[in-house]
Design a binder for this molecule. Structure first.
Ligand SMILES: C[S@@+](CC[C@H](N)C(=O)[O-])C[C@H]1O[C@@H](n2cnc3c(N)ncnc32)[C@H](O)[C@@H]1O
Length: 287
């Protein structure tokens, strides 16, 4: 994946996803961030998959994880729907290799199929499914409406599509540390098109889905897990590198302190981090 794909986790450049392919090093870098994201904020997936299950009308036997990455959603779905096979689709061999290795470690290989496919090039021949899940992936596609139509066809009648997007990069600083810094960074990122995704409701309806519910899942993890410092470091470094022209000198100086190993504020040494974020999810049904 090219640098643009890294945006919403790493603070890299914004939307524009359909960038074709991608080199191994940057895919690995994004894969690291996806794994950090799962480790640090992944607890929201319990609630999200429970919500998804409440919206299913049949117990899913086959689940598609569309743009599965390193498998954050794959594992959450496999544990929520214990009888289902999960088909993880991604264009990146780096992601799929990691996902396979993790499946083996989790003893899930028997319930997992991986399919390498560039969805911009067409829908792969994978048969039908009862549930599809697309987390932080639809907005990467060149023509998400075509893929939504293909997903609609791929779902069995009554099948459910769950679309998930990250509202913004997570925040890590307690309220009294550099007040407003992270909000200003997020606003600057948004102005520069970082992590841009549309309201999927109209797109889902045009593809033939009925939107059963759209919901925001708040994330607030305190105390922060041990990996939060590393995640914060990745996010803040990305902001420092890529938003330098869009932040005030004072905000850049604050980021420099947080990123300086010699400074007492260094983010990897802090014990006071709190993780806050949100996901928006759509539950859409095929009639
Ligand atoms: C931000 S990651 C999200 C990964 C995972 N769903 C998660 O929530 O952690 C987006 C994923 O979509 C994949 N992707 C992007 N464009 C794609 C395309 N055209 N075809 C297939 N996969 C694609 C990327 O390789 C990447 O693994």
């Amino acid at each position: 994946m090219d640098h643009q794909h890294a945006h919403h986790h790493a603070g890299h450049a914004g939307h524009a996803g359909h960038a074709g392919h991608a080199d191994h090093a940057s895919d690995s870098s994004v894969a690291d961030i996806l794994d950090l994201d799962a480790e640090v904020v992944g607890s929201y997936l319990e609630e999200l998959t429970a919500w998804a299950r409440a919206h299913t009308t049949v117990a899913p036997r086959t689940i598609l994880d569309v743009g599965a990455g390193t498998g954050t959603g794959t594992w959450a779905l496999a544990s929520r729907f214990e009888a289902a096979e999960v088909i993880a689709i991604d264009q990146s061999p780096v992601m799929l290799d990691r996902l396979q290795a993790a499946a083996a470690a989790r003893g899930l290989t028997g319930r997992l199929r991986t399919v390498r496919a560039d969805l911009d090039a067409g829908w792969p021949p994978i048969g039908t499914a009862d549930l599809a899940w697309a987390s932080s992936s639809l907005h990467h596609l060149a023509d998400p409406d075509r893929v939504l139509a293909d997903l609609h066809t791929a779902l069995n009648p009554g099948g459910l599509l769950v679309v998930v997007e990250m509202d913004a990069m997570p925040r890590f600083l307690p309220e009294d540390v550099h007040p407003g810094l992270e909000e200003r960074c997020r606003a600057a990122g948004a102005r520069n098109g970082w992590n841009a995704w549309p309201d999927w409701t109209g797109h889902l309806e045009r593809a033939g889905f009925t939107v059963a519910e759209e919901r925001v899942f708040a994330i607030d993890v305190r105390p922060a897990p041990p990996a939060a410092g590393r995640y914060a470091h990745r996010v803040m470094s990305g902001m420092r590198d890529r938003l330098a022209e869009h932040l005030s000198a004072a905000d850049l100086a604050a980021l420099d302190r947080l990123l300086d190993p010699a400074d007492e504020e260094f983010v990897l040494r802090r014990g006071d981090l709190v993780v806050r974020g949100a996901r928006t999810a759509w539950a859409a049904r095929r009639a």
